[in-house]
Design a protein around this ligand. Structure first.
Ligand code: HEM
Length: 516
């Protein structure tokens, strides 16, 4: 063997060996948590991250572990990750730090300038700038787009069900809900409805990006990028997604150049905002590069699609399994539609395809869907998209009797806390009354944090909550859903917790006054 081929062999074989050993060690990690030692120090981010986002069911077991300990060490063969199970510590951690453990760690991070994984110094000004778009007023202002989208979903679904002709048929709701959420997102980002070719491809690319996410771990062993097909696919898919976003971004930039940023014909949406329309200067003003604009568009789709659609699927499945709750929800929804006279004209509330002339506001509609809100929150409590979130502690900290070293990674265990009987009366049951006003007031605020917390909480949470209620309201108002007798709720754990499809439901169009 020549010395060159020896070097090549070592360069290829060694990282493969290390990778295999790491994987094997990670598999050996115990299924249950162990008591925390008195002095706790976080391990390496790769292994910490692997503990939380492992692809097997260990994560679910960990997250469901309702240990009495406020903080527990989760060993995974190499190092530990501290699981925080106590709401007081959750609160303190959110207040003390906004650095997540995956920050600066993803492979995607080396090539992407994006809010969710930007190192803290860049994250801060980027977040301040993007917060300007995600204010309550702005997000509520997007209601006509979200409403028009949901209304369109219902119309399309009526047509599809009619075309099938067989009322006894069970449909899989997964693609229907996913398309509906994507439709709503593209309207908020680009002010246009779902484009069959473009956005079907976008959904497919996001699915593949998720499926190849394991490649992120490999980035730390660069040689493997070239031998692992998942990495190559991950990279290719990321590029393709960026191409789609860049094209629409460029088109908008040309429109703004032609009409001027002040023109009322420039749509008020996320892409205009990224291009600086309506942005107020701030002290630490950040000028967005083209790459930041493209990457942030991608993250809004990536972070907003699966989370929102999966939580809707869990909610629909739970409703299917609890017809009494479903009946109560339908009653509320019907009442809101009737009071607002939404069934009287064929054109809904006067909405055109874009919702431009909609005569009702967010408060008229969304704020009235009180019981539906409880249902969505309760479904998310039982089956959260994100099992929790993480923070890196910047200073040596005393947590109860534990001394936690600076640099330690904490995983704030939402999934575990949300199933604790001390916070939720019927912890393992689907019981929307957990979100009755009095119950919420009596409970510690930090016992429920599906969108994270502190300065780094999910930037899209108001939009997600609005979409969930508006889409669900349109579905329940337009159809009767009957769940397949053998349908179960199972979770597939990847980067997020997903519904193990198909979700089989019989979809029967309801007779609506003024429509049928
Ligand atoms: C049900 C739907 C959703 C859930 C459960 C969810 C959950 C989360 C969670 C747990 C985090 C981490 C927060 C933290 O560390 O404290 C997060 C971050 C984020 N989410 Fe969401 N999310 C949802 C929808 C959305 C939507 C619709 C968008 C965009 C339009 C979005 C964009 C983001 C972004 C950009 C971040 C990173 C924020 C930062 O690092 O500053 N999410 N989300």
């Amino acid at each position: 063997m020549t010395s060159t081929s020896l070097v090549v062999a070592v360069a290829v074989v060694l990282p493969v060996l290390v990778f295999v050993l790491v994987r094997a060690a990670a598999r050996r990690r115990p299924a249950d948590v162990t008591p925390a030692p008195a002095v706790l120090a976080g391990g390496h981010p790769i292994f910490g991250f692997a503990t939380v986002h492992g692809r097997d069911r260990t994560q679910q077991k960990l997250m469901a572990a309702r240990t009495g300990a406020p903080i527990v060490n989760v060993p995974n063969g190499f190092s530990g990750l501290l699981l925080v199970n106590d709401v007081e510590y959750v609160k303190r951690t959110f207040q003390a730090s906004s650095q997540r453990l995956d920050e600066g760690f993803f492979s995607i991070n080396h090539s992407q300038d994006v809010l969710s994984i930007e190192p803290e110094e860049q994250w801060r000004p980027m977040r301040r700038r993007l917060n300007q778009f995600f204010t309550a007023a702005n997000v509520n202002g997007m209601f006509p787009k979200v409403y028009a989208s949901a209304s369109d979903t219902a119309k399309r679904l009526r047509a599809t069900v009619k075309a099938h002709g067989d009322p006894m048929l069970y449909h899989d709701l997964t693609p229907i809900v996913q398309r509906s959420v994507m439709d709503s997102l593209v309207r908020c980002v680009f002010s246009r409805p779902f484009d069959e070719a473009l956005d079907t491809q976008r959904i497919h690319l996001i699915d593949r990006l998720n499926a190849t996410m394991v490649a992120n771990f490999i980035d730390h062993l660069p040689v493997l990028r070239y031998v692992n097909p998942l990495y190559r696919e991950h990279f290719r898919v990321g590029q393709a997604l960026s191409e789609l976003s860049r094209k629409e971004l460029d088109d908008r930039a040309s429109l703004i150049a032609e009409l001027g940023a002040e023109s009322k014909d420039v749509p008020h949406d996320l892409v205009s905002n990224l291009l600086g329309v309506g942005v107020r200067p701030t002290a630490d003003d950040m000028v967005f590069t083209k790459k930041m604009e493209v990457d942030n568009i991608n993250i809004f789709f990536f972070a907003g699609l699966d989370t929102t659609s999966q939580s809707l699927l869990f909610a629909l499945a739970l409703l299917g399994l609890h017809p009494d709750v479903m009946a109560k929800a339908v009653k509320e929804v019907d009442q809101v539609f009737a009071e607002l006279g939404l069934d009287q004209d064929d054109n809904d509330a006067g909405a055109d395809d874009q919702g431009d002339e909609l005569r009702i506001t967010h408060d008229d509609f969304v704020s009235k869907l009180v019981y539906l809100d409880k249902i969505v929150k309760e479904a998310t409590r039982l089956y959260p998209s994100a099992s929790g979130t993480s923070r890196v502690i910047h200073e040596d900290t005393q947590i109860g009797e534990h001394f936690v070293r600076k640099g330690t990674r904490l995983f704030l265990n939402f999934a575990g806390i949300a199933r604790m009987p001390k916070h939720f009366e019927k912890a393992d049951e689907f019981y929307p009354e957990h979100f009755d006003e009095e119950a919420v007031k009596a409970r510690d605020h930090h016992a429920y944090f599906p969108f994270g917390g502190g300065a780094r909480a999910c930037i899209g949470f108001k939009l997600a909550q609005q979409e969930q209620r508006v889409i669900l309201a349109h579905l329940l108002h337009n159809f009767t859903f009957e769940i397949h007798p053998q349908q179960k709720i199972e979770v597939v754990t990847g980067l997020t917790n997903n519904f193990k499809g198909p979700l089989r439901m019989r979809i029967l169009p309801r007779v609506l006054p003024g429509r049928d």
